[in-house]
Design a protein around this ligand. Structure first.
Ligand SMILES: [Zn+2]
Length: 294
């Protein structure tokens, strides 16, 4: 089964990415939920530019012969019979399901950590600084955060003994679900209610992009909604309503987050201030500011 996609997994992932992206972008045009603040042109170039830069960083790391790709790590573990699932005689489909569940929980935990550990939050807030949320927000992750995430996946994949196929499938599902739950689409409410019993819907994830810390420190899931319910980090709806809530981070309610250079340098900047504050009197509610008042 693994040999089927071993050579072309990158191509398959790209095709799925482009297809889901296109479908979400079209639904956003037909059924938009919120009116976007910033014009799409520069924001989209910035968000997609950050994503391309992240891919180049990973490519570079791979060229340096570091086993960064989670799928490559899974191949290695399989060949050397390392990891729990590689040493169990369970049916293959059961192993795939277990691997998908464990990887999803691992990504949920990583997301929680990136909100709670200040140095990880510095990287992750590039994603949260976007003042609008749509399909391109799903790929707006700092390259260093993507690289760390790859290392974290390897740390999970090898001892778990997840097969290359299950890691590949997880990557495709994660990518597609992230584009779906970041999309600015107005899903009919009855459909949202049923879907969110199982997966993260756009309304559920929008709460996570609120400027209010008590809201953006909840709804950490990307695929399954069960983890936020089990670990009591679930917020059903935003206080300000989906149309009234403010998206992004309070210190950065300006044009800055739509700029490519500003976004990539954000983790290395002194926290709490935008270079061109639109509302200088706005209360600062960034994590660093609330954790370590100066
Ligand atoms: Zn987050």
């Amino acid at each position: 089964m693994d040999g089927l996609f071993g050579q072309s997994d990158g191509l398959i992932r790209l095709i799925v990415f482009l297809s889901v992206f296109l479908v979400m972008a079209l639904i956003e045009l037909a059924l938009p939920k919120r009116t976007l603040i910033a014009p799409k042109g520069r924001r989209w170039l910035t968000n997609l530019g950050i994503s391309v830069t992240a891919s180049l960083v990973l490519r570079l790391m791979a060229m340096l012969a570091v086993p960064v790709a989670a799928i490559a790590a899974a191949f290695y573990a399989q060949e050397h019979h390392i990891g729990l699932l590689n040493n169990l005689a369970w049916p293959e489909w059961v192993k795939v399901v277990v691997a998908l569940l464990v990887l999803d929980l691992a990504i949920w935990a990583q997301h929680l950590a990136s909100h709670k550990i200040p140095i990880l939050w510095r990287l992750h807030k590039v994603h949260h600084a976007d003042r609008d949320i749509d399909v391109t927000t799903a790929v707006r992750f700092h390259p260093v955060e993507i690289a760390l995430s790859m290392v974290w996946k390897i740390v999970v994949v090898v001892p778990l003994g997840a097969s290359p196929f299950s890691v590949f499938l997880f990557e495709v599902i994660l990518n597609a679900c992230a584009m779906f739950n970041h999309a600015n689409i107005a899903l009919p409410l009855p459909l949202d209610r049923v879907l969110r019993l199982f997966i993260i819907t756009p309304d559920m994830h929008r709460v996570h992009h609120s400027v209010l810390r008590r809201e953006h420190d909840t709804n950490y899931g990307f695929n399954l909604s069960v983890w936020d319910r089990v670990f009591r980090t679930y917020t059903a709806q935003p206080e300000g309503g989906h149309l009234g809530m403010t998206i992004g981070l309070t210190p950065y309610q300006s044009e800055d987050p739509t700029r490519f250079g500003w976004s990539l340098l954000l983790p290395f900047r002194r926290t709490g201030f935008a270079t061109t504050p639109a509302r200088p009197t706005a209360p600062v509610e960034d994590h660093a500011a609330t954790q370590k008042p100066t």
